[in-house]
Structures are given as C-alpha cells and as structure tokens.
Design a protein around this ligand. Structure first.
Ligand code: URA
Length: 277
C-alpha cells in the first residue's frame, strides 16, 4: 500500500481550523508527547484500550491554559485582588489601567489584547456581552465582528450608535478558541465589570445573552425567560433599570428570534424616553 503523502501546510492549517484551533497559545511549539509526565500515556496509545492506564493526575501544565511564562494566582486570591483593585478605581481610565496590569485572570496570557469598552462613556444606555471573540481580540474593541455588526444595526434601529451608547463585556480577554469562560474566570472578572457599570452609570443596562444576564442580574433562569423583563441592578450607589435580550450571535444563528429582540429594543427605547436624562 502506498503511504499517504505528508499533508501540506495549507492542509494542516485547514485541519486545525476545522478542529476549532484558531490561535497559537505560545510563541514556540511544545511537543507534549515528549513531556516526561505524559510520555507513559503517549506511549500506550498503541496498546489496546483496556490495557491503557490513566495518568495518576493530570499535570498542571496540561490542565491550565498555556501562558506566556506567566502564572495566574489561585482563584480566591485573584477574586479578592480583583475586588480590591476595582473598588479603588476612581475613573474609567483608572479602571482600564488597573485591569491592564491585573494578572489574576489566566485569559490575559492567551489573549492578544484586552478589550475594555467602546462607545460614549456618558451614554444613557450600556450593553454588556459575554467575552471578546477573535476580531475583538485583534482590534481590542468589543463587538466588532459579525455579531458586532448586527448589534450596531440593532441599536441603530432605535436611533442609537456608538456615540450615544456604551458597549463592554463581562470578560475583558478572549477565551482561547472562543470557548465558554469558566465560572472562576467569570468571578475573577466580575468586580471589574461591576465597577465599569457603576462608573458609566447608565440609565438603562442591557445584558446580551445568557451568560451576561445570569452573571450580572444574579438569575439562574435562561434567556427565554429573562429576555424582555426589567430587573433592578444595584450598582452600590444607585439602582438602575436593567433588561436582558438575546445575544446578537444567537440571533445570527436563530434569526426567527429577531422579532422578540425588536420588542426588547422598543422597550429599551421607551425606557430611555421615560427616564430623566
Ligand atoms: N461576543 C461578545 O459577547 N462580545 C464581543 O465583544 C463579541 C462577541
């Protein structure tokens, strides 16, 4: 039998992209098969499944995201440090600088850039998504990819744009391969977005999609139940009106929900008309 020719670089890259690998985590390649702690397992792959032993414990290097020589502190310490740092930020600029120098979230070390916020910090309405995606990670701005273009069209439908609205995310760094942020990563980033909301101090807060809604509005209900409902969001200094709606990425996948999202947008526009400016 003639052996298959070695794959070309293009074929390999296509293979990785289809498998969901779309970013490099370190500058240098790492041969995990030569890792002494994993080697016994790697060498067993030819053995029948029933005879393969499991590693005693997964080494931390395999469980944790690869970092560029940086190590994030334990989660409890990171959450405490995040609370302390966020609490002391007197302005958005100070909060951005504190977040930039915060090493408590491992996502920082795999992301290209931090994504803080975009739009008018004096806006009366603030939209909060989950976490940056690939385009946001490259540009350093929230919602600039396909779902961002839809968000722009959604807010334009009620007469807003990025000069009259403010946009951010619960998480400031892109999770590798756009994976879902872990509960720990969310808890570590939470004090920063809470302070972010307090400093922007909008009249209306809009949570986009389930993760942002559940995290910020402290509910366990799903977006089908929460969307279009008004919540009180206590910033610590003021109670503001908050409403959940579908994430634009979800609407791209399920366009039939755009009708409900339009109802939510109209409710937001009405609340802005009613609230004193
Ligand atoms: N999805 C989000 O939740 N946030 C972004 O900034 C982009 C996509």
């Amino acid at each position: 039998m003639t052996p298959d020719p070695a794959p070309t670089l293009r074929q390999l890259l296509t293979f990785y992209l289809e498998a969901g690998v779309d970013c490099a985590l370190t500058e240098e390649p790492v041969n995990r098969l030569s890792d002494p702690e994993l080697a016994p397992v790697a060498q067993q792959v030819d053995a029948p499944k029933s005879q393969r032993a499991l590693p005693a414990a997964m080494p931390a290097s395999a469980a944790a995201p690869a970092s560029r020589g940086e190590v994030a502190p334990p989660p409890e310490a990171a959450i405490a440090a995040a609370r302390e740092a966020a609490r002391t930020a007197p302005s958005l600029e100070a909060l951005r600088a504190l977040l930039e120098s915060f090493d408590g979230c491992a996502l920082k070390f795999t992301a290209t850039r931090m994504v803080f916020g975009d739009g008018n910090p004096q806006a009366r309405v603030m939209f909060v998504g989950e976490a940056p995606g690939r385009e946001e990670d490259i540009e350093g701005l929230p919602f600039v990819g396909r779902s961002g273009k839809l968000l722009d069209r959604m807010i334009a439908a009620i007469g807003l744009d990025r000069s009259s609205a403010y946009i951010s995310n619960v998480i400031a760094w892109r999770p590798p391969g756009n994976r879902t942020p872990t509960p720990q990563e969310t808890q570590i980033c939470l004090p920063f977005i809470q302070r972010h909301i307090e400093l922007v101090n909008p009249d209306v807060l809009v949570t986009l999609g389930n993760p942002s809604t559940q995290t910020l509005l402290s509910t366990r209900e799903g977006i089908m139940k929460t969307r279009g409902r008004w919540f009180d969001y206590d910033t610590g200094t003021r109670v503001i009106k908050a409403i959940a709606t579908f994430h634009p990425a979800y609407l791209l996948r399920s366009p039939s929900y755009k009708r409900m999202s339009w109802q939510d947008l109209r409710a937001i526009a009405k609340a802005l008309e009613q609230a004193p400016s």
